[in-house]
Design a protein around this ligand. Structure first.
Ligand SMILES: [Zn+2]
Length: 575
């Protein structure tokens, strides 16, 4: 039984190194390929031979990546199928663990290779920089600490996952409680919000305990690698060669100066529309005019054909790409029993085609998601001709430009889904969401900068530092009598626990997306051409060059942000 939605996929290139009949889920068949690569590296005496070797390693990586993706896709499309689960777990448990040290060994061989410096400089600059960085940061003594860290992260997830409340006689998860914050009945919203907040407060000390241990471990990991603090280590480990902590601080300041006035204005409009004296934390998610939710489509087929129409308006090449995804059945979009929650875009790295997974139920959020994931898919399609596997992927700061810009560009044609007034309502919600994201991004990022550069701080000092950030970025929401909930609201941001310093990327990317959108207001054809050109570069160039190719500045200062906020404000006035 084929558990994948798609059939045989067109090969991007025939294999020249990986045997055609190999079972890539069977480690004993894979290991000899690593042996061969090690032997052949030693025999590569010219730059051309080393380049050939890189392409073979690349082919193997793509084949292994596609194998992992296929198993993941099958499992998430059929969570109730035991074979799919077994196949996925087999790969995770029996292929990935022995794979990691073999990959690392090849990286070491590569950076120490006599031909390493003789490879064409411009072509390999980014790749060599990244591999070197990975090799340089490795410390054997950190392996055990990282296992320890993963265990603590799991403890946090378990703690948060177990949080439920009893609401109106029924046990509900906190995620399920979210929908009551959209209820027009204010007393009901308050009741739901307070119940959730008090449940979270029960676990405050447990979260603090886990977090203190995480900080200690991470600081030790950084020191082992020769860094003064974990912040500097994390920036290097994430390959942030093109921006530094100072740029992040500049970003936070710019958000405070340029974006907070727009946030306060949106909050004030909301307050007046809701006819309230003060905005309280339970007034932030409800539609300010108490309208019923938007219904963009009744069934998924409609969503797909309307999305296709949006791309037809936008650009012939992108439209052809989305049509090809339909023809090859590279979409699994409907919500049905036995499917994992959420949405993602995955790339089948050997066929070099994208796949989109989501759970559409007929709400506006689905339209945003399909546009977003299609942006990622266009990125994958744009890099099909690149033979170096590592360059078919870009850094996250730019990947999210591809997807977030597509939300904004696609939103210009929401009339495919709605009458004009409703399309404008959807655009307004989307733009306000973008503006409202920046202060939270700045809070999460600035808080972590403080945490990891203030070793040995007390819990009280940490709380005070966070409250200062809430004063800067929280806007005009009245938290009286819910001060504790405000002071510990960071504890529900899982990135702070699980993926430290991974958040500012979304802010950086959103600035790029807004610039692409602004460019399209001035010259739609040029903006789209630049967008496509930049996507085709994949990860072959450093971030500032990827942004430049897309027609954007790679800067997060007030001068870059100001015109973008002005444009958003002008557009919001029209809606
Ligand atoms: Zn994304």
């Amino acid at each position: 039984m084929n558990l994948l939605p798609f059939g045989k996929l067109p090969a991007a290139k025939p294999r020249s190194f990986v045997p055609p009949t190999i079972d890539l889920g069977d480690w004993p068949q894979i290991a000899p390929l690593f042996d061969q690569l090690e032997v052949r590296a030693a025999r590569a005496t010219t730059a051309a031979a080393l380049e050939r070797w890189l392409l073979d390693w690349s082919e193997l990586n793509a084949a292994l990546d596609e194998e992992a993706s296929r198993r993941y896709i099958a499992m998430t499309c059929h969570t109730d199928n035991a074979d799919a689960e077994r196949a996925y777990l087999h790969f995770v448990e029996h292929v990935e663990p022995p794979l990691k040290p073999r990959q690392f060994a090849l990286e070491n061989i590569y950076v120490a290779h006599p031909q390493f410096d003789r490879l064409p400089k411009a072509r390999y600059a980014v790749f060599n920089r990244d591999v070197k960085n990975h090799v340089t940061l490795f410390r054997a003594e950190n392996v055990a600490l990282e296992t320890e860290e993963a265990k603590l992260c799991q403890q946090y997830q378990k703690l948060i996952g177990a949080q439920t409340v009893k609401f109106r006689g029924e046990e509900k998860t906190l995620v399920q409680m979210g929908r009551y914050l959209e209820e027009p009945d204010r007393a009901l919203r308050q009741e739901a919000w307070e119940l959730v907040a008090s449940r979270r407060l029960v676990d405050v000390d447990k979260c603090e305990e886990i977090f203190d241990q995480l900080i200690r471990l991470r600081t030790q990991i950084a020191r082992n690698a020769g860094f003064e603090n974990y912040r500097d280590y994390a920036h290097r480990q994430k390959g942030r060669f093109d921006y530094a902590p100072e740029n992040c601080f500049q970003f936070h300041d710019a958000v405070e100066m340029e974006i907070m006035p727009a946030v306060r204005k949106i909050q004030d409009d909301r307050r007046r529309q809701l006819k309230l004296e003060k905005l309280r934390p339970w007034d932030l998610a409800v539609d300010p005019q108490n309208r019923a939710p938007l219904k963009p489509f009744a069934e998924v087929g409609e969503m797909v054909s309307r999305t296709q129409n949006v791309f037809n308006h936008l650009d012939a090449e992108l439209a052809a790409g989305f049509q090809q995804m339909q023809d090859l059945k590279l979409l699994d979009l409907d919500n049905r029993k036995g499917k994992a929650p959420g949405g993602y875009q995955s790339t089948l790295s050997e066929a070099r085609v994208p796949f989109i997974f989501m759970n559409a139920i007929g709400v506006q959020r689905d339209v945003e998601t399909i546009l977003h994931e299609a942006g990622h898919a266009f990125h994958a399609l744009a890099t099909r001709d690149e033979d170096l596997y590592a360059y078919r992927g870009a850094p996250i700061e730019f990947c999210e430009v591809a997807s977030m810009a597509m939300e904004l560009l696609g939103n210009e044609f929401l009339e495919e889904f709605y009458p004009v007034a409703e399309a404008n309502r959807a655009r307004k919600t989307h733009l306000e969401g973008i503006i409202g994201f920046f202060p939270w991004m700045a809070t999460v990022d600035a808080f972590q900068h403080w945490i990891y550069t203030h070793a040995g701080h007390t819990r009280a000092e940490r709380k005070a530092a966070y409250l200062q950030l809430m004063d800067r970025f929280g806007g005009d929401v009245d938290y009286s009598e819910c001060e504790a909930a405000r002071a510990y609201s960071w504890q529900r941001q899982l990135h702070i626990f699980l993926h430290p310093f991974y958040y500012v990327e979304y802010g950086i990317a959103q600035l790029g997306a807004l610039q692409v959108w602004a460019n399209s207001k001035a010259d739609k054809a040029k903006a789209l051409n630049d967008y496509k050109k930049s996507l085709a570069l994949g990860g072959a160039r450093p971030l500032p060059e990827l942004f430049a190719a897309a027609g954007c500045k790679f800067q997060f200062d007030a001068a870059t942000i100001r015109p973008l906020v002005e444009l958003a404000n002008t557009e919001l006035k029209k809606l």
